[in-house]
Ligand binder design. Structure first.
Ligand SMILES: Cc1cc2nc3c(=O)[nH]c(=O)nc-3n(C[C@H](O)[C@H](O)[C@H](O)COP(=O)(O)OP(=O)(O)OC[C@H]3O[C@@H](n4cnc5c(N)ncnc54)[C@H](O)[C@@H]3O)c2cc1C
Length: 445
């Protein structure tokens, strides 16, 4: 399965560019012992627990032609017990409330955890071969600090982080909203005695929706504000699986609420405070999508190089042709430049307080997410071109590229579509511009 890969115990794959520079023995100003420890632990765990399941399921899918595969609940539970879920939900810092309550992969000290640990844990998870399995496991997990859950008594969040039940994040409404989060039409009406909401509406493309027991849902309330609710699945909630072009394990769903009654204690944050909660979640979501794109691009490059040094055409190996080397060089420079930008942004975010990181870097985080999708799209396309027919074939040496090709739009659309994010990044940059002479009179940004 997959292209030929030369592995050594010390530094992972020996194929050029297959590993981040720091893992190839190059110096890094960011990487400490705890990062190395986490990387080793996570790689071992993924190779022992996720990869075998993935290989078994892929070959069964090929044999039976059955497209979707459900991730077993046991695997989710195993992720919680191994110390993967809570740190992934936390992001760059482990909140006080979660310290000592959940395990952390590699037994990393909660106080040591930073944005580079976050990068590494996502990077190694994606190395299983793409984004389908990671998103099926962690969809709905990321973001939303424990403090926001004071009113829901944390039940859903605790069940989620201990691996007993899953929560999906359903923010975007069907055709009415999409990219325009503020256009959502799912309503929540508060009862006269103020004890419960009645929710009506539909949500589409909800990652992990088919696995979820709870839906963290953005609703519109009577005061025209946006309110975030944890909605338990009951008989008034209809969940229909959606067949997507890739990521069969991601459990993507269409979810409908039909007079669904939700206790007011399930509200996250204050009534009318939902949008701020959602927006604050976007930065980490966009960052981890960039981490995933990064590893996917590396895998494409790794497999393309492996192929170029083993496949012969016209009596010589592919890599003997200058035009092939040129293609590989272009892929490599894009991958390494993306990696460096991610590291820079992770460092900057980690050295600003939350308010300043949003004010100064939300635009760049959006731009990075858009850029990572653009890079991946180019790299996977070039990689498939180099692999020829193998790159279009399910199973075999081009397997990872073929799968990533089907998934690339699931990087560029969710979490903020490329066009929207590029526009947002420039709007924020221009808005922040202070003219040394006079204000810009015609600004409509
Ligand atoms: C695989 C997958 C998983 C998802 N998971 C979740 C999830 O877990 N939870 C959730 O809430 N949502 C999820 N979504 C929904 C996702 O957030 C939306 O698909 C996304 O916000 C874009 O909305 P849309 O698909 O309706 O596209 P539209 O909003 O209809 O836009 C269509 C295209 O037009 C472009 N466009 C729109 N407006 C403008 C503009 N003003 N200027 C320039 N271009 C514009 C967009 O960039 C886009 O490419 C998921 C989607 C996918 C595909």
């Amino acid at each position: 399965m997959g292209a030929t890969r030369v592995e050594t115990k010390d530094f992972g794959s020996q194929i050029p560019y297959a590993e981040p520079p720091w893992l190839c023995g190059l110096p890094s100003p960011y990487i400490r012992d705890s990062h190395r420890k986490l990387q080793r632990a996570m790689r071992d765990w993924v190779e022992k627990h996720l990869t075998p399941w993935h290989l078994r399921t892929s070959s069964r899918t090929l044999q039976t032609g059955k497209k979707s595969s459900r991730l077993p609940q046991d695997l989710y539970k195993a992720c919680a017990e191994a110390g993967i879920l809570m740190p992934m939900a936390a992001g760059a810092t482990i909140p006080q409330e979660w310290r000592n309550s959940y395990p952390i992969m590699g037994d990393i000290e909660a106080s040591e955890w930073d944005g580079f640990h976050d990068f590494i844990i996502h990077d190694e998870m994606t190395r299983v071969g793409g984004i389908g399995i990671p998103n099926g496991l962690i969809g709905g997990l990321v973001g939303h600090r424990p403090s926001a859950y004071q009113h829901s008594k944390n039940t859903a969040r605790v069940q989620q982080l201990t691996g007993t039940a899953r929560l999906a994040s359903s923010m975007i409404n069907v055709a009415e909203a999409g990219s325009d989060v503020q256009g959502i039409t799912t309503t929540a009406v508060l009862s006269a005695d103020g004890t419960q909401y009645t929710v009506n509406g539909q949500k589409k493309w909800i990652t992990g929706g088919t696995y979820a027991k709870y839906f963290l849902t953005l609703t519109r309330t009577a005061d025209q504000g946006f309110t975030l609710l944890v909605i338990p699945k009951d008989s008034t909630v209809t969940v229909r699986p959606m067949e997507m072009c890739g990521s069969a394990c991601a459990g993507t769903a269409f979810v409908e609420f039909d007079d669904t009654v939700v206790p007011v204690t399930n509200r996250v944050g204050e009534q009318g405070g939902g949008l701020a909660c959602v927006m604050s979640n976007f930065n980490h979501e966009r960052l981890f999508i960039s981490f995933q794109a990064m590893r996917c691009a590396r895998m494409c490059l790794e497999d393309a190089i492996s192929h170029a040094i083993t496949r012969e055409t016209f009596g010589q190996e592919l890599a003997s042709h200058a035009v092939v080397r040129h293609k590989l060089a272009n892929m490599a420079r894009e991958v390494e430049a993306l990696h460096s930008w991610i590291e820079t942004l992770v460092y900057q975010l980690g050295n600003l307080n939350e308010r300043d990181s949003i004010a100064r870097l939300a635009g760049q985080t959006a731009q990075l997410k858009a850029h990572s999708g653009i890079v991946l799209e180019r790299v996977v396309s070039q990689g498939i071109q180099l692999m020829g027919g193998l790159g279009l074939t399910r199973g075999g040496r081009g397997e990872r590229l073929e799968r990533i090709w089907r998934d690339v739009k699931a990087i560029t659309i969710p979490g903020g579509s490329e066009d929207i994010l590029l526009d947002l990044s420039i709007r924020r940059a221009i808005r922040g511009l202070t003219s040394p002479t006079e204000p810009r009179k015609s600004a409509k940004i």
